[in-house]
Design a protein around this ligand. Structure first.
Ligand code: PHE
Length: 438
């Protein structure tokens, strides 16, 4: 449940639809699902395995598994790429989650009553233009994360997620039904599931792969940190398949909802970018009786999904700081959340005051997003696959995987040793080439 809570978040509801929208839809979705199954699931299993074997923070778990396996000590760096990516992601994740928080109140106050495509876009633009409001909501969200992580992962999070995830799912199904009748469902279906190869670029493939990593929370120690809490008798393969299934389902359902509304409303384009969800959904809510109340509840649930994801970004670093530097849990939290918060101000400003400043052709927010999702996560995933595929002692792997069928174990190992490394490297090289040199 906690792993599902980490996986299901803004990546599914906010990011997947807009990234799929900017990349032309269907072909992107297919590549994304293939990446989840072929690369994401095997790497996620490998991450959990390291965590459960080490039973510490990701960095120390990796270190101990390296020592235990008698592997080259340079493998120890595997944990670092991921954990640093996690901090960078947390910085902008809190800003976006802040938008969701602010929309709870925008719904409740009636600011979004009766909006159409254009006026919803104007309300959203108004929020982005105001750094003070953005920083207020970002800070509030960060505070909520600190509150949970200070208390430790097990109780608060585990219990909350068990109740709230089913609720979120129920709400999504409700919205799906609604968008079926109110929006242009057929166009949304066609957009997401018709495979139009001409629209697919290598850059799009790289983004699909990055999105697969991002949405499964892999490549940054989050899942490794949770693996450290996983009981020995739980079957890793089955658990991960279930998490990946629900995660993909939430993304696809969110996509169907959002695009039904987009294609049924004037003034919203599928390629609208990060604002897509914040513009399209209010339009749907405005057209429904009791819509503001339902909208309010929806953004509460999105905020909670973001919350249960963000704490899993903070926890790995906090756990490491406590273990390695003997810092207390509260101080470790304040220090790291403070750092992510400060960096997050850069993302806040990139939507307004700094919107003209470019780094390698990106705004600050887009730069961090691209750097983490499309470069650091695949790199970290590649290292994890190679590490578990080649360097970890087979007897440890057999110990952790003794409840999986021999054929599946073989498939998994082949995937870690050959399929994932080759696929990640190829997509990575072609995607970067496509982005910067073609
Ligand atoms: N998987 C989360 C989402 O889709 C984001 C996340 C990434 C959470 C990495 C934790 C670690 O929103």
């Amino acid at each position: 449940m906690a792993a599902t809570g980490s996986a299901v978040g803004l990546g599914n509801i906010w990011k997947f639809p807009y990234v799929a929208g900017s990349n032309g839809g269907g072909a992107f979705v297919l590549v994304y699902l293939v990446c989840i199954l072929l690369i994401g699931v095997p790497v996620m299993m490998a991450e959990v395995l390291i965590g459960r074997r080490g039973r510490q923070s990701p960095i120390n778990s990796v270190r101990d598994v390296v020592l235990e396996s008698g592997a080259d000590s340079r493998w120890r760096h595997v944990g670092w790429v991921g954990v640093s990516a996690g901090m960078l992601i947390l910085s902008f994740y809190a800003v976006i989650a802040g938008w969701a928080l602010s929309y709870i109140f925008a719904m409740a106050s009636g600011e979004l009553a009766g909006v159409n495509g254009d006026s919803a876009a104007a309300v959203f633009a108004g929020l982005l233009a105001d750094p003070v409001r953005l920083i207020f909501w970002q800070s509030l969200f960060m505070l909520l994360c600190v509150l949970v992580v200070v208390g430790g992962v097990k109780k608060g999070l585990g219990v909350a997620v068990e109740i709230l995830m089913p609720l979120l799912f129920f709400m999504l199904l409700l919205l799906l039904g609604l968008s079926y009748f109110q929006g242009n469902f057929a166009a949304a279906w066609h957009f997401l599931f018709s495979f139009n190869i001409e629209l697919l670029t290598w850059r799009g493939v790289l983004e699909a792969m990055g999105q697969a990593f991002f949405t499964l929370s892999i490549g940054m120690g989050a899942i490794m940190a949770y693996g450290a809490y996983m009981p020995q008798k739980v079957n890793i393969g089955k658990t991960i398949l279930i998490v990946a299934f629900f995660d993909s389902l939430v993304a696809i359902v969110s996509g169907l909802i959002i695009f039904s509304i987009v294609f049924g409303t004037q003034g919203i384009e599928p390629s609208a970018g990060p604002g897509l969800m914040f513009i399209s959904l209010p339009v749907a809510f405005a057209n429904m009786s009791g819509g503001l109340l339902i909208g309010c509840a929806f953004f509460v649930l999105v905020s909670i999904a973001a919350w249960s994801s963000a704490i899993s970004l903070l926890e790995p670093c906090v756990a490491w700081l406590i273990e390695a530097k003997d810092v207390g849990r509260t101080n470790a939290n304040l220090l790291l959340a403070g750092f992510a918060w400060l960096l997050g101000i850069g993302s806040v400003l990139s939507f307004n005051v700094w919107s003209d400043i470019q780094l390698a052709g990106f705004t600050f927010f887009d730069f961090l997003d691209f750097l983490t999702t499309n470069i650091m996560l695949p790199l970290s995933g590649l290292l994890i696959a190679l590490f578990v595929g080649y360097a970890v002692k087979p007897e440890f792997i057999n110990l952790e995987m003794d409840d999986i069928s021999p054929i599946m174990l073989k498939v998994w190992r082949v995937s870690l040793r050959y399929i994932a490394p080759v696929a990640i490297s190829a997509v990575f090289v072609m995607g970067i080439y496509d982005k910067f040199f073609s």
